[in-house]
Design a protein around this ligand. Structure first.
Ligand SMILES: Nc1ncnc2c1ncn2[C@@H]1O[C@H](COP(=O)(O)OP(=O)(O)O)[C@@H](O)[C@H]1O
Ligand SMILES: [Mg+2]
Length: 125
Protein backbone atom coordinates (compact mmCIF):
# COMPACT_ATOMS: atom_id res chain seq x y z
CA UNK A 1 0.00 0.00 0.00
CA UNK A 2 1.37 3.43 -0.99
CA UNK A 3 1.66 5.76 2.01
CA UNK A 4 3.43 8.75 0.55
CA UNK A 5 5.64 10.31 -2.07
CA UNK A 6 8.24 13.02 -1.69
CA UNK A 7 10.79 14.96 -3.67
CA UNK A 8 12.02 11.91 -5.61
CA UNK A 9 10.72 8.69 -4.07
CA UNK A 10 7.58 6.71 -3.35
CA UNK A 11 6.99 5.09 0.02
CA UNK A 12 4.92 1.97 0.68
CA UNK A 13 3.83 0.21 3.83
CA UNK A 14 5.11 -3.35 4.00
CA UNK A 15 5.38 -6.31 6.33
CA UNK A 16 8.80 -7.66 7.15
CA UNK A 17 9.00 -11.44 7.21
CA UNK A 18 11.65 -12.64 9.61
CA UNK A 19 14.36 -10.45 11.09
CA UNK A 20 15.61 -7.17 9.67
CA UNK A 21 19.25 -7.10 8.49
CA UNK A 22 19.95 -4.36 11.11
CA UNK A 23 19.45 -7.01 13.86
CA UNK A 24 22.70 -8.68 12.74
CA UNK A 25 24.61 -5.54 11.81
CA UNK A 26 23.91 -3.79 15.11
CA UNK A 27 22.83 -6.42 17.61
CA UNK A 28 21.15 -4.74 20.59
CA UNK A 29 17.97 -5.00 22.63
CA UNK A 30 16.50 -2.13 20.58
CA UNK A 31 17.14 -3.65 17.15
CA UNK A 32 15.94 -7.15 18.09
CA UNK A 33 12.32 -6.00 17.95
CA UNK A 34 12.50 -5.51 14.18
CA UNK A 35 11.13 -8.92 13.35
CA UNK A 36 7.88 -9.67 11.49
CA UNK A 37 6.97 -6.01 11.88
CA UNK A 38 5.47 -3.27 9.75
CA UNK A 39 8.02 -1.33 7.71
CA UNK A 40 8.19 1.57 5.27
CA UNK A 41 9.61 0.65 1.87
CA UNK A 42 11.12 3.52 -0.07
CA UNK A 43 11.71 3.17 -3.81
CA UNK A 44 12.31 5.29 -6.88
CA UNK A 45 9.34 5.85 -9.18
CA UNK A 46 9.52 4.18 -12.61
CA UNK A 47 10.32 7.42 -14.44
CA UNK A 48 13.27 8.36 -12.15
CA UNK A 49 16.15 10.15 -13.89
CA UNK A 50 19.87 9.72 -13.21
CA UNK A 51 20.03 12.51 -10.64
CA UNK A 52 17.14 11.03 -8.62
CA UNK A 53 18.87 7.64 -8.76
CA UNK A 54 22.13 9.16 -7.52
CA UNK A 55 20.36 11.04 -4.72
CA UNK A 56 18.59 7.89 -3.60
CA UNK A 57 21.75 5.75 -3.64
CA UNK A 58 23.45 8.49 -1.59
CA UNK A 59 20.54 8.56 0.88
CA UNK A 60 20.79 4.78 1.36
CA UNK A 61 24.54 5.05 1.82
CA UNK A 62 24.11 7.85 4.36
CA UNK A 63 21.48 5.93 6.35
CA UNK A 64 23.70 2.85 6.34
CA UNK A 65 26.53 4.91 7.81
CA UNK A 66 24.29 6.32 10.56
CA UNK A 67 22.89 2.87 11.34
CA UNK A 68 20.28 2.40 14.04
CA UNK A 69 19.59 5.15 16.56
CA UNK A 70 16.57 5.15 18.87
CA UNK A 71 15.97 8.88 18.25
CA UNK A 72 15.92 8.53 14.48
CA UNK A 73 13.68 6.83 11.94
CA UNK A 74 16.37 4.31 11.10
CA UNK A 75 17.32 1.99 8.29
CA UNK A 76 16.36 -1.66 8.82
CA UNK A 77 17.64 -2.99 5.53
CA UNK A 78 18.25 -2.11 1.89
CA UNK A 79 18.91 -3.33 -1.63
CA UNK A 80 21.97 -1.79 -3.25
CA UNK A 81 22.83 -4.46 -5.83
CA UNK A 82 23.47 -2.45 -9.05
CA UNK A 83 21.58 -5.16 -11.00
CA UNK A 84 18.43 -4.48 -8.99
CA UNK A 85 16.27 -1.46 -8.28
CA UNK A 86 17.53 0.29 -5.13
CA UNK A 87 15.26 -0.03 -2.12
CA UNK A 88 15.38 1.30 1.43
CA UNK A 89 13.55 -0.38 4.31
CA UNK A 90 12.94 1.87 7.29
CA UNK A 91 10.97 1.88 10.52
CA UNK A 92 7.28 2.49 9.88
CA UNK A 93 5.89 5.63 11.54
CA UNK A 94 2.23 4.87 12.24
CA UNK A 95 1.42 8.55 12.93
CA UNK A 96 2.64 9.76 9.52
CA UNK A 97 4.95 12.71 9.04
CA UNK A 98 5.28 15.84 11.15
CA UNK A 99 4.09 18.16 8.37
CA UNK A 100 0.76 16.30 8.09
CA UNK A 101 0.46 16.25 11.90
CA UNK A 102 0.96 20.03 12.13
CA UNK A 103 -1.45 20.62 9.21
CA UNK A 104 -4.11 18.40 10.81
CA UNK A 105 -3.73 20.19 14.12
CA UNK A 106 -4.11 23.53 12.38
CA UNK A 107 -7.26 22.31 10.63
CA UNK A 108 -8.65 21.12 13.96
CA UNK A 109 -7.92 24.55 15.48
CA UNK A 110 -9.55 26.29 12.51
CA UNK A 111 -12.63 24.10 12.98
CA UNK A 112 -12.71 25.00 16.64
CA UNK A 113 -12.49 28.71 15.83
CA UNK A 114 -15.27 28.34 13.26
CA UNK A 115 -17.48 26.59 15.79
CA UNK A 116 -16.77 29.25 18.41
CA UNK A 117 -17.69 32.04 15.96
CA UNK A 118 -20.84 30.10 15.05
CA UNK A 119 -21.87 29.74 18.69
CA UNK A 120 -21.24 33.43 19.34
CA UNK A 121 -23.55 34.30 16.43
CA UNK A 122 -26.11 31.77 17.64
CA UNK A 123 -26.07 33.29 21.14
CA UNK A 124 -26.71 36.74 19.75
CA UNK A 125 -29.88 35.68 17.87
N1 LIG B 1 9.11 5.67 7.77
C1 LIG B 1 7.96 6.15 7.33
N2 LIG B 1 6.79 5.84 7.92
C2 LIG B 1 5.62 6.34 7.48
N3 LIG B 1 5.50 7.17 6.41
C3 LIG B 1 6.63 7.53 5.77
C4 LIG B 1 7.92 7.05 6.17
N4 LIG B 1 8.86 7.58 5.35
C5 LIG B 1 8.19 8.35 4.48
N5 LIG B 1 6.86 8.34 4.70
C6 LIG B 1 5.83 9.06 3.95
O1 LIG B 1 6.27 9.25 2.61
C7 LIG B 1 6.47 10.65 2.30
C8 LIG B 1 7.68 10.82 1.43
O2 LIG B 1 8.84 10.36 2.09
P1 LIG B 1 10.23 11.12 1.96
O3 LIG B 1 11.24 10.32 2.68
O4 LIG B 1 10.09 12.55 2.35
O5 LIG B 1 10.50 11.03 0.39
P2 LIG B 1 11.46 11.94 -0.51
O6 LIG B 1 12.85 11.63 -0.07
O7 LIG B 1 11.14 11.50 -1.90
O8 LIG B 1 11.10 13.38 -0.24
C9 LIG B 1 6.58 11.33 3.67
O9 LIG B 1 6.17 12.66 3.63
C10 LIG B 1 5.65 10.47 4.54
O10 LIG B 1 4.30 10.85 4.39
MG1 LIG C 1 10.73 14.40 1.46
Amino acid sequence: MKIGSGAFCVVFKGKLEGRAPICKIQPSVATQCFENCEVAVKKLPEYADESAKNDFVQEIDFMKRIGYHSHLVSILGCITDPQLDPCLIIEYCCNGDLLKYVRNRRLATEDEEFMRAYYVKFCFK
